[in-house]
Design a protein around this ligand. Sequence first.
Ligand SMILES: CC(=O)SCCNC(=O)CCNC(=O)[C@H](O)C(C)(C)COP(=O)(O)OP(=O)(O)OC[C@H]1O[C@@H](n2cnc3c(N)ncnc32)[C@H](O)[C@@H]1OP(=O)(O)O
Ligand SMILES: CC(C)C(=O)C(=O)O
Length: 513
Amino acid sequence: MRKIDIFDTTLRDGEQSAGINLNTAEKIEIAKQLERLGVSIIEAGFPASSPGDFDAVNRIAGTVKNSIVTGLARCVQKDIDTTWEALKVAEQPHIHVFLATSPIHMEYKLKKTPDQVLEQAVEAVKYAKKFFGLVQWSAEDAFRSDREFLVRIIEKVIAAGATTINVPDTVGYASPQEYGELFKYLRENVRGADNVKFSAHCHDDLGMATINSISAIQNGADQVECTINGIGERAGNAALEEIGVALHIRNDIYQVETGLNLKEIKRTSQLVSRLTGVVIQPNKAVVGKNAFAHESGIHQDGVLKNPETYEIISPALIGEGEVPLVLGKHSGRAAFRDRAFKMGYDLSDEKLNKAFQEFKKLADRKKEITEEDLVTLLTETQVSVEDIPLFELKSVQVSYGTENIPTATASVVTPDGELKTLASTGNGSVEAIFNTLEQLVDGPVSIQDYRVKSVGKGRDALGEAVVNILYNGLTTTGRDASQDVLEATAEAYLNAINRHLIRQSIQPKQPIL
Ligand SMILES: CC(=O)SCCNC(=O)CCNC(=O)[C@H](O)C(C)(C)COP(=O)(O)OP(=O)(O)OC[C@H]1O[C@@H](n2cnc3c(N)ncnc32)[C@H](O)[C@@H]1OP(=O)(O)O
Ligand SMILES: CC(C)C(=O)C(=O)O
């Protein structure tokens, strides 16, 4: 199989992302991880650009042994000298010199004629060759360059000693077909093309960096330049993880080998995200948080029957652990049953259906169903409520005035069937209710959270109360909605106590996974 070199430029073009600034220690940590990932070449920085970059490139060149380390330089002697100073410690010193070749860059940026650019490129490559065995030359903005000029300058830099020719789409303008055709054209028209490697370097301004890189490979590129998580100047560079995994998964078409250790992808992606502070978008291909998250019932059912119904990449391929099915408003019974079973609840069909209906109601109201929500829901359903005697509020009355101490009186039927009437005071009406009902149980009940909100609009809107209690080492939450918030509060408090009784009387079996 044809070998494609993965040239990682996370530490150079990736660091050119607005807002990213990595220190030497961070760059070394990323470089070591890139080495574990198995990239062929690490572009560690631009040594002439700052003392910090020089130091990082130099230290990485002295540390990394299994990947080639390179540094970027302009076609000027000073840059090449500095790059040599940084890289002479490397096992296989490699330099990356570049000069723009497109009409717009030559005329307005470099203020040079094509002939002057050609001469400068040749001089720089010859000079670099005195120090470096491996010299990569890039025609910056190659895609927007005149093809005949490109062929002419590439032939001259090959003759001057360049070992790799990089053909970047610097501004992300190419279409996959056009970019592929450019590689084909250069392979067919450049004298000496067979003696060098051709490299692709794509930017994502039109969202085509990955597919353009792959198109280049299909048309003769031997190397692709990319970054972890696709970070880089403006909209970023081609994402290494996308290229690596696409070439692997669709090897039936591409038939190439990268030498990447794909199991290190997830870890590398997370490391780069953590150290750069660039959060990965959830739906990012391969490494996004949702890349393997199945949310809808029909998909979940399919995945449970056979993961390949909806998964073309196995999470294990990139070193991702097991990804639990997401339980949300689109989930179906199959996923719900699976999660319940894994949590240790083996429910009959009837009870599962009941729990599932409650789950759907809850999912409509909440964005995320937590583990605690599920435990509550499942334990309550596992035991039909009639099986366990609970407290039942018969009435509650609160006496409140600006001049007197708030007092609550409640009548409650206890689990033993006894009707009890209790009263207590508090600093406010709510505390008076809590103090009154606390007398029903043995020991202090700590209120962890208490919230009231209106459900619906207008004067007659219902008031919903949510009370979270800690009692006897267990945390439970009670809810109730009523026309009156004080009544809802008393009911929610008793609901939390009742949930405590239910959870105490039935413990789930040991979780299965
Ligand atoms: C497509 C790419 O990603 S290219 C890499 C881009 N990366 C960076 O620029 C990051 C590092 N850059 C830097 O730190 C600085 O720009 C430096 C240190 C390299 C140069 O700084 P300065 O000397 O202040 O120059 P400045 O950045 O303002 O302008 C760039 C100069 O380099 C020239 N230049 C640009 N590319 C090249 C090149 N490949 N070879 C030679 N000269 C070049 C420009 O024409 C300009 O020259 P001028 O000052 O005579 O007009
Ligand atoms: C220096 C070159 C390779 C570059 O980064 C680009 O053209 O985008």
